[in-house]
Design a binder for this molecule. Structure first.
Ligand SMILES: [Zn+2]
Ligand SMILES: [Zn+2]
Length: 130
């Protein structure tokens, strides 16, 4: 991320005591603005980092708990059966099930309409895009 300060664009105030008080006030205002913008940028960054950590933890929990559960195995078998064990992309034998959407708040409650049977090759291609 590039942080730009607006200070560089300010007109230079000549040194030597001839500066009217107005300019000093403006300088202070600009300094305060720069500080506030800096804080805002910093907070946004911290928020983004925290969100990213949370997302990774949720995904890990999802993979560890749900994808090894009987519930998932059952659902997976249903999807493969529905698609006749064929990859929905290329028609090869499907060995995996891909989520077109994730139930963010209700992990494991996704309807089988959100799941599609895929072969390994198409599946990895699917995830390269994201
Ligand atoms: Zn395929
Ligand atoms: Zn997938």
């Amino acid at each position: 991320m590039i942080r730009r300060t607006r200070r560089q664009n300010l007109p230079r105030v000549p040194l030597g005591g001839s500066t009217p008080p107005f300019d000093d006030d403006m300088k202070d205002m600009t300094r305060i603005t720069v500080v506030f913008v800096g804080i805002a940028v910093l907070m946004a960054t911290v928020k983004a980092v925290i969100f990213e950590i949370g997302r990774k933890a949720r995904r890990r929990r999802y993979n560890e708990d749900y994808l090894t559960s009987d519930e998932w195995q059952r659902k997976r078998a249903l999807v493969l059966k529905r698609d006749h064990w064929r990859c929905v992309h290329c028609g090869a034998r499907a060995t995996q099930v891909h989520h077109t959407k994730y139930a963010r708040r209700n992990i494991g409650r996704e309807p089988i309409e959100w799941l599609v049977s895929v072969c390994e090759e198409c599946h990895s291609r699917e995830h390269e895009r994201t």
